[in-house]
Design a protein around this ligand. Sequence first.
Ligand code: CA
Length: 225
Amino acid sequence: MRLLVVEDEVRLARALREGLQADGFAVDVAHTGPAGLDLARSGEYDAVVLDVMLPGLSGYRVVESLRAEGNWVPILLLSAKDGEYDQADGLDVGADDYLTKPFSYVVLVARLRALLRRGVRARPVVLAAGDLRLDPASRRVSRGGAEVTLTGREFALLEYLLRHLDRVVSKTEILDHVWDAAEDIDPNTVEVYIGYLRRKVDAPFGRRSLETVRGAGYRLAADGG
Ligand code: CA
């Protein structure tokens, strides 16, 4: 099994390489985001251990680029505690697992072996409501073939609604699934974001797919409005 370790902390990278080699893996190391992305693109690795905070290109951007290119190599992210991003973001962009630093080497190897057993996972299916389409893999949204640009939060909200087509979902449900549990968010924020979405996926196309159900929540029409 050949592994790629992308880690800018030279001592940690060396320790990982030596440990993993002793455990029978072939290991290559990159110290920057762009170098890691180049190597990962070669398709020669069975799994990638990827630090989040990297010079040149963050681990998240590396994952996003690989997934957008259809590269599904298993990726384990290493994120710093209280980092700039939370761990869920890493899974959102398409990583398979994550560990928070500092981590135990034994746990890292156990998680890696689990990832390798699972192998390359299937590409997530494209979600659709009529001609409104969202591709979780490439993180692209389109309406009638026209590309629609959404922010990360708008994307997450639309994805949640698409996974619950034709069902009324409450503001609380949406807050629980689209916002970080640790954030103290005013439920009216949901309404604001529904408004943003309408302006991007409905209004320009003369459609009304996002329905407000008074006192209950919101419903995305399965036919796309
Ligand atoms: Ca780092």
